[in-house]
Design a protein. Sequence first.
Length: 255
Amino acid sequence: MNNMLQIELWRECNNHCKFCYLQEENKKQSEEYKLNAIKNAIKIIKDNQTWTNYDSLGLIGGEFFQGQINTEALNKEFFSMFVAIEDQFLHSNIKHFWLTMSLTDTQHIYNSFTFEHFIDSLDHLACIRSNKHVSWKDKENQDIWICTSYDTIGRFHTKEAEETWKRYMKIIKDRSEYIHTTTCFIITQDLIDTYNKDKDFFNKFREEYNTHIYFKCPDIGCNDKTIEDFIKRTKLNDFFPKRADFIKFLYDMAE
């Protein structure tokens, strides 16, 4: 079937990517709002009727682990949602689980609970370490994905943020071979220039982080009316690619 139910819990994000609509729109949302959003998601996930129409679940923010669940009540409710997901996953109602994360600032999710602990929790959900006592109907057809993004311009405001992203990707790679990752690149002129300097850039990237790569076309989003307005606001002069370079890049990627 491969029909995905995607749940956006909230739009609170601390990344402030220059090209993102959340750069202008993002607002810190209240604990009450987030608790209600999680409870509503749990209700949907627990309802077996949901999975007569869908067999995949995607969770998106904003973000989850930049302080968005940093109270005891939010933390408890958030991971209660994962218990509900695990139950549907192990009953094969959810065959594919997609979690979107920026991986730029997740040092302590709540108190001493770290990103490593969270990956171990997903590890358990994937039955990597618990497969001796859990039986799935069709385990070979189930998978878990962490979806993230990497851009050579506009995403990382500091070198530390970029290094944090790289470190967390390596944690996923080293800690679990069964959790898949996929990385989105916006096809900017800066990315094309990076590729032209090193034609093996994407092959090295895939190998280093054991990730799948997909591309997204750049756009002005909903904050600007023209490309000129976008560049004036963001100061990203190398965001939109030259036509000839863009077409050549697409040909190269198709080979």
